[in-house]
Design a protein around this ligand. Structure first.
Ligand SMILES: NC(=O)c1ccc[n+]([C@@H]2O[C@H](COP(=O)([O-])OP(=O)(O)OC[C@H]3O[C@@H](n4cnc5c(N)ncnc54)[C@H](OP(=O)(O)O)[C@@H]3O)[C@@H](O)[C@H]2O)c1
Length: 339
C-alpha cells in the first residue's frame, strides 16, 4: 500500500490540502497511550505483538484493526505541537534495518502513514551518501526518523554526517517539522572512530535548522548476537570480562523512537537503555549457553582509552528516559523458542 492510497479516504481532508487515512486516525489514540507507557518506564513488553500493516518494503498505513476512536489530524494543528492528537506522515530512513524495521512497524501500528526509505526501498529509494531520491521521498512528510547506519570506515562519515546534513536540508525544503535521529548512549564519551562519527552526526542534527530530537540507545541485543556469531566462526570469542554494557532489544528501543516521533521536538537528547548492566564476558557466556555453541571465550583485555571508558560504564545509562524490560538472557531464550 502506498501513502497516497492511504490518503484516499472519505472525510480524510487535512488542513494542508492532503488527505489522511481517517480510519488510521481513529485508531491512533490507543497506540499512542501504549507508547507513553514505555516512555514512563513502564513495561515495554517484548515488541512481538502483532499490530502490523507492513507493505512490501513500501509505505505502511494500516494500523490497529480494533477501531478504537481518536482524533484525526485534520484539526489544523501544526505537526510541531499536535502530536498528541492525530496521525502523521513519517519517513523512516533505514526503515529496513535492525531498529528501523520495528520503528516502522510500531508507527504504522499506531495508525501513522509511514514511508520506508533506504537504498533498496521498493517505493522510496534514497541514498544518504549522495542525496539521491530525498526530495521526492520527503514530499508531504511531517516527521523524519533517521535510523540509517553505516559502519564501514570508508562510507560512515558520508552516510551519517554528510548524509544527515543532506537529509535535514531536504526535510527543511519539504516542510518537515521534526527530525528524529537514532544515536548511541555515550557516543561522545568513548573515543572509537565510529562513535566520533556518531557524535559528529549529532552535531549536524543540532545545527540543521529543523526542530529535532536525538534518541540515544544502548547497544541492541541483536548487535551482540551478530558480533559473537561472527567471531565464533573462528572458534573463539574475545570477551573481556570488565567491559560494561546495558543491552536492549531493538524492538524496545524502537518504541522510544516512535514515542519521540509522535511527540513535539525536544531540541535535546533522550536516552533509552536495557534493563540491566552486564559485562561482555557474561553476555558471551549467556549467548554460548543459550545457543549451545562450542566456542572458547577468551578474556583478552581492551587497553587504552576505549577500554577504559567502556569499563567505566560510559556506554550505559543509570537513569534513562525509557528502559527496556527484556534482558539479554530472556531475549535469547525467547528467540531460541521461536517466540
Ligand atoms: N546496532 C546497535 O546496537 C545500535 C545501538 C544504538 C544505536 N544504534 C543506531 O541506530 C541506527 C540504526 O542502526 P542499525 O544497527 O539498526 O542499522 P542496520 O541494521 O545496519 O540498518 C541500516 C539501515 O540503513 C540503510 N542504509 C544504509 N546506508 C544507507 C544509505 N547510504 N542511504 C540510505 N539508507 C541507507 C539500510 O538499508 P539499505 O542497505 O537498503 O540502504 C538499512 O535500512 C544507527 O544510527 C546506529 O548508530 C545502533
Amino acid at each position: 500500500m502506498t501513502d497516497e492510497n492511504n490518503r484516499i479516504n472519505e472525510h480524510g481532508d487535512r488542513h494542508d490540502g492532503t488527505h489522511v487515512d481517517q480510519h488510521a486516525s481513529e485508531r491512533t489514540h490507543e497506540g499512542r497511550d501504549e507508547g507513553r507507557h514505555m516512555a514512563e518506564g513502564r513495561d515495554m513488553g517484548d515488541g512481538k505483538d502483532d499490530r502490523r500493516g507492513m507493505g512490501e518494503g513500501g509505505d505502511l498505513g494500516e494500523g490497529r484493526q480494533d477501531g478504537k476512536a481518536g482524533r484525526g489530524r485534520d484539526d489544523g494543528a501544526g505537526a510541531g505541537d499536535a502530536r498528541g492528537s492525530g496521525t502523521l506522515v513519517i519517513a523512516v530512513v533505514g526503515g529496513t534495518g535492525t531498529v528501523g524495521r520495528p520503528v516502522v512497524e510500531e508507527l504504522a501500528g499506531r495508525g501513522h502513514t509511514v514511508r520506508v526509505l533506504s537504498r533498496r526501498s521498493a517505493t522510496h529509494p534514497v541514498d544518504l551518501s549522495t542525496g539521491e531520491g530525498l526530495e521526492a521521498a520527503l514530499a508531504g512528510c511531517d516527521v523524519v526518523v533517521d535510523a540509517a547506519n553505516s559502519v564501514s570506515p570508508r562510507t560512515m562519515r558520508a552516510t551519517l554526517v554528510d548524509g544527515t546534513t543532506r537529509l535535514i536540508a531536504a526535510g527543511r525544503a519539504a516542510g518537515v517539522s521534526h527530525h528524529v535521529c537514532v544515536s548511541i548512549v555515550g557516543c561522545d564519551r568513548v573515543p572509537m572512530p565510529y562513535y566520533k562519527v556518531k557524535t559528529a552526526q549529532e552535531d549536524a542534527v543540532t545545527v540543521g535548522g529543523v526542530p529535532w530530537t536525538i534518541v540515544r540507545a544502548t547497544q541492541f541485543h541483536e548487535l551482540f548476537v551478530g558480533m559473537f556469531g561472527a567471531m565464533a566462526r573462528a572458534g573463539v570469542v574475545l570477551a573481556p570480562r570488565d567491559l560494561t554494557f546495558q543491552p536492549i532489544a531493538a524492538a524496545e528501543a524502537a518504541r522510544a523512537v516512535a514515542d519521540a516521533a509522535e511527540s513535539a521536538p525536544r531540541n535535546g537528547r533522550i536516552e533509552v537503555a536495557g534493563p540491566e548492566r552486564a559485562d561482555l564476558r557474561t553476555l558471551a557466556r549467556v549467548w554460548r549457553d543459550t545457543t549451545s555453541r562450542r566456542v572458547l571465550l577468551v578474556p583478552a583485555p581492551l587497553p587504552g582509552p576505549i577500554g577504559r571508558t567502556i569499563r567505566a560504564g560510559h556506554l550505559t545509562s543509570a537513569h534513562p528516559d525509557a528502559r527496556g524490560t527484556t534482558t539479554f538472557t530472556q531475549w535469547l531464550t525467547e528467540r531460541a523458542r521461536g517466540a
